[in-house]
Each structure stands twice: as structure tokens, then as C-alpha cells.
Design a protein around this ligand. Structure first.
Ligand SMILES: [Cu+2]
Length: 143
């Protein structure tokens, strides 16, 4: 009887260790996938007030499929937003359905996470009335 209890105790310790190791492995995997998301720095209001300047790591205008984190700094003198349209195709609209930042005051920064699920050319624009029409828009090619 003593012997069985002893064995169960050892099995319990081994199981506990396995659980800790598994938990550690899962959290390490999650952290790695978060780090893998591409970050693209964007400056609103540059090089002129109604433009966006991007810092792409690869080909200009190209974004990878998957999740992209846009870090948008307002380098202009007016408030701006940064929005990415959800449907590829029309890249010359002045408004669209999509995901965008709230208003970003001059000198402030906002982040926008966008998941590009399929290949295509997606429009980005500023949603402040008149800004996209004045030139604050352009294409991003995913995939
Ligand atoms: Cu704007």
C-alpha cells in the first residue's frame, strides 16, 4: 500500500511538471505569433498636409497577407485619421467601409491593426471631410 501511494505521488509530480512545461510552450508560441505581425510606420500629413508617408520594409505599397499593425503618427498641422478599406478593388474612393483610427491630433500617434485576408489592392484614406478628396488616399497591395 505504501508503495502504491509513493508511486502515485511520483506520477502526480511528473504530471504537474508536464502541465507547467505545456503552459510555458503555449505562451511562448503565442508571444512569437504576436511578434510576427508586420508593423508599418505611417506619417499622416507628410510630405505635405494631405498625404501619407509610409516606411515599408519591402516593396513600396506592398503589405503581406495576414495582420499588419500600422503605427500612424500625425506629422501635420491638422487632425487626421488613417483608414484601410475592407474590400479590395476601388482604390480611388473618398470614403469606404473599413477599419480606421479615431482622430489623431498633430504630433500624436495611433495604431491600427488590419488583417488582409485575400490578395488584392486595398485603399487607405483619411476620413476627415475633404481630406481624401484633397489627396489623402492611395493603394496598398496585399499578397
Ligand atoms: Cu486628413
Amino acid at each position: 500500500m505504501e508503495n502504491i501511494r509513493g508511486r502515485l505521488g511520483v506520477a502526480g509530480v511528473v504530471l504537474a511538471c508536464a502541465c507547467v512545461a505545456l503552459t510555458w510552450t503555449l505562451s511562448a508560441t503565442a508571444a512569437r505569433s504576436v511578434q510576427r505581425a508586420t508593423t508599418i510606420n505611417v506619417i499622416a500629413g507628410a510630405p505635405t498636409e494631405f498625404k501619407f508617408a509610409f516606411r515599408f520594409s519591402g516593396k513600396p505599397g506592398a503589405v503581406p497577407l495576414g495582420t499588419v499593425m500600422f503605427k500612424v503618427r500625425n506629422g501635420g498641422k491638422l487632425a487626421h485619421t488613417f483608414k484601410v478599406c475592407s474590400s479590395p478593388g476601388n482604390v480611388n474612393a473618398n470614403s469606404c467601409a473599413g477599419k480606421g483610427t479615431a482622430s489623431i491630433a498633430p504630433g500624436k500617434t495611433a495604431t491600427l491593426s488590419v488583417t488582409f485576408g485575400k490578395k488584392g489592392t486595398y485603399e487607405y484614406l483619411c476620413t476627415v471631410p475633404g481630406h481624401a478628396a484633397a489627396g489623402m488616399k492611395g493603394p496598398l497591395t496585399a499578397g
